[in-house]
Design a protein around this ligand. Structure first.
Ligand SMILES: [Zn+2]
Length: 256
């Protein structure tokens, strides 16, 4: 009996170590606002700085979706500890507050813009977007009007995807290949429409890591809401994403 317990303890330890070691995926962090507005998707500039400093100290290199997809295609290799920092909706604090913080730590981001909101109060202007692009920020689409894509008609769906893409491409003078689903809502029709509209990949709200083998239109992210428990919460969210990545690897293998 004691021997059995010892074996069980060793097996449990091995499983723990396996689960805790990095899962070979890229954490894709999902932020919204960086401001003192006390809302769940708004994080204080001090908390944001603490998280960026942590990433820099831990040796993370911020990459773009273009980099990730070049790695997926085998035309580029990724740095040792890659991370993708994303912002949804395109708030002006991404430029005014987050960009200078990230610049201090040599980090860059991808902003998924609601194209129809550009220039509205509280949102980025085209000039700010162009300045961010010059500073190394990648831009993607978050639709034209931030509707839940599985609740609208097919023509409306195509309009949301193509109008936002065209407007961004006209203003940025470069292709816009990546997308984030508003409210994390999508289905097979949405994915088919994204392909038809010419997008290369899309981010969901599902927890986990971005990998080079996952479905390009169902990339998982690490949601970073306003922390209640400081930097520990941020660190735990990263660990949890690695755990999910490990477990889905296991699940994929079982199904396969
Ligand atoms: Zn959104």
């Amino acid at each position: 009996m004691t021997r059995l317990l010892k074996i069980a303890a060793i097996v449990a330890l091995v499983i723990m170590v396996w689960l805790m070691t990095p899962g070979g995926g890229v954490p894709i962090l999902a932020y919204h606002q960086v401001s003192s507005v006390p809302e769940v998707y708004s994080i204080d500039s001090g908390q944001f700085e603490e998280q960026m400093r942590y990433l820099a100290i831990q040796g993370y290199t911020a990459i773009s979706f273009a980099d990730l997809f070049a790695a997926r295609a085998g035309t580029q290799s990724l740095p040792p500890k890659p991370v993708i920092i994303t912002f949804d909706d395109g708030y002006d604090d991404n430029y005014l507050t987050a960009l200078p913080v990230m610049a201090r730590y040599g980090l860059k981001s991808t902003v998924f813009v609601i194209a129809g909101q550009v220039g509205q109060p509280g949102y980025l202007t085209w000039d700010q977007i162009k300045n961010m692009q010059s500073a190394g920020t990648e831009f993607g689409s978050h639709t034209f009007s931030h509707v839940a894509l599985n609740e609208i008609s097919q023509p409306q769906l195509m309009d949301e995807l193509t109008r936002s893409k065209q407007l961004l491409e006209q203003n940025l003078a470069r292709p816009v290949d990546f997308f984030a689903y508003p409210y994390g809502q999508y289905n097979l029709d949405t994915i088919a429409a994204l392909k038809q509209a010419g997008y290369t990949g899309a981010c969901t709200g599902l927890p986990g890591l971005g990998t080079t083998t996952d479905d390009a239109y169902q990339l998982k992210r690490v949601n970073i809401p306003r922390p209640k428990y400081g930097l520990w919460e941020f660190r735990l969210r990263l660990v949890r994403a690695h755990l999910y990545a490990k477990l889905s690897l296991l699940r994929d293998r079982v199904i396969w």
